[in-house]
Design a protein around this ligand. Structure first.
Ligand SMILES: Cc1ncc(COP(=O)(O)O)c(C=O)c1O
Length: 376
């Protein structure tokens, strides 16, 4: 089946009793075990709504198996803890989501885990690998500067040394990028973003091979970050429209990025679809679309706090990936927990904005940005 068809049909629980076309919501948290082939329990990640949502995502990511979590961070922290023991080393791209970075800096030392943050260049990643490196963790496009990592190159570096690779594929979505096909072992998502797409649930996901998911599941049942049936149902339903939402969001984003590049109040636009983006050629090789996040920096003429207050349509809000366009200043939101020096080293300035482009008409979004810039 092709992608749009998989979005609609894959994973759906076959309701043989009523022949309803949707997965029913199985609200039970207690399931009988006598004469059953295996025990079912929400924290074992194996209730019908959990497996239906995981099944749909697996079909979209070309994965053998998957797990649905209660947040993106539950998925990310579980995967890192599943593969890292005291005395091990991890190589992580420096400009990953601020929360992931904060988990590493706040907690790894206490577990005796060594780590190195590197740039998104494959050579830097290779140089950082040590004897005891067990995992390489990347994010592409990255949050918020949309840097592009050469996924195939990273997979090659890791495979020759038997190191597990994991990627946060939240920004790309499976519509634009399938890292497992490029040689990566584990794909992670904050499902709070595009997968759910309506800014109304918090969830996460991991997909991979059967054997690696089994290893992750062993940690996941202990750490306990599972998702309840109602939210799983909403996630599965939302993924039915993932392709059409993301395709519209990407075409809007491209139009907006091109227009903002010529705006006198904007000094820099970050969008992998623009020819002058340093990762443009790599993105073309590994992505089908360039995503729907556009980051930009205001120049001296416009004040960052005034700009967001003057927006009428676009909401200044945390999170991203919803059908409605939202905007945030990473310095005071997603990357707030980093020190000023860390942010400066990553290129995250106070005038930087991350626009999550929704499915509205691009002309309305552009008018809103342009009037807010002039007013500010
Ligand atoms: C790229 C990326 N990964 C992971 C996360 C964490 O996801 P959650 O907030 O669902 O825990 C976020 C949240 O903003 C994100 O943007």
């Amino acid at each position: 089946m092709k992608k749009h068809t998989r979005c609609v049909h894959s994973g759906t629980y076959p309701d043989r009793e009523t022949r309803g076309v949707n997965t029913p919501v199985f609200t039970s948290s207690a399931f009988e075990y006598v004469d059953m082939p295996h025990n079912i329990y929400p924290r074992y990640f194996n209730t019908p709504n959990q497996t239906a949502a995981a099944g749909k995502l697996c079909a979209l990511e070309n994965a053998e198996d998957g797990l649905i979590f209660s947040s993106g961070m539950a998925a990310i922290s579980t995967v890192l803890l599943a593969f890292l023991n005291s005395g091990d080393h991890a190589v992580l791209q420096g400009d990953i989501y601020g929360g992931t970075r904060h988990f590493v800096t706040a907690d790894f030392e206490r577990f005796g885990i060594d780590y190195t943050f590197v740039s998104n260049e494959a050579e830097d990643i290779e140089r950082a690998v040590k004897e005891n490196t067990r995992i390489i963790f990347i994010e592409s496009p990255s949050n918020p500067l949309l840097r592009i990592t050469d996924i195939r190159a990273v997979a090659r570096i890791a495979k020759s040394r038997n190191i597990v690779t994991a990627i946060d594929n939240t920004f790309a979505t499976p519509v634009n990028q399938n890292p497992l096909d490029l040689g990566i072992d584990i794909v992670l998502h904050s499902g709070t973003k595009y997968l759910s797409g309506h800014s109304d649930i918090c969830c996460g996901a991991v997909v991979s091979s059967k054997s690696l998911i089994e290893k992750i599941r062993n940690s996941a049942v202990n750490l306990g970050g599972s998702l309840d049936a109602n939210a799983c149902y909403l996630l599965e339903r939302s993924m039915k429209t993932l392709c059409i939402r993301v395709e519209k969001q990407c075409s809007n984003a491209r139009r907006i990025a091109e227009a903002l590049a010529d705006n006198p109040y904007i000094s820099k636009v970050y969008y992998p679809g623009l020819k002058n983006h340093p990762g443009h050629d790599t993105a073309k090789r590994q992505m089908r679309g360039f995503g729907a996040i556009v980051s930009f920096e205001l120049n001296q003429k416009a004040g960052p706090p005034e700009f967001v207050r003057k927006l009428h349509l676009i909401k200044p809000a945390l999170s991203l990936g919803g059908v409605e366009s939202t905007i945030c200043a990473p310095a005071v939101t997603s990357h707030q927990k980093l020190t000023g020096e860390e942010r400066a080293a990553l290129g995250i300035t106070d005038g930087l904005f991350r626009l999550s482009v929704g499915i509205e008409d691009s002309e309305d979004l552009l008018s809103d940005i342009e009037q807010a810039l002039s007013a500010a």
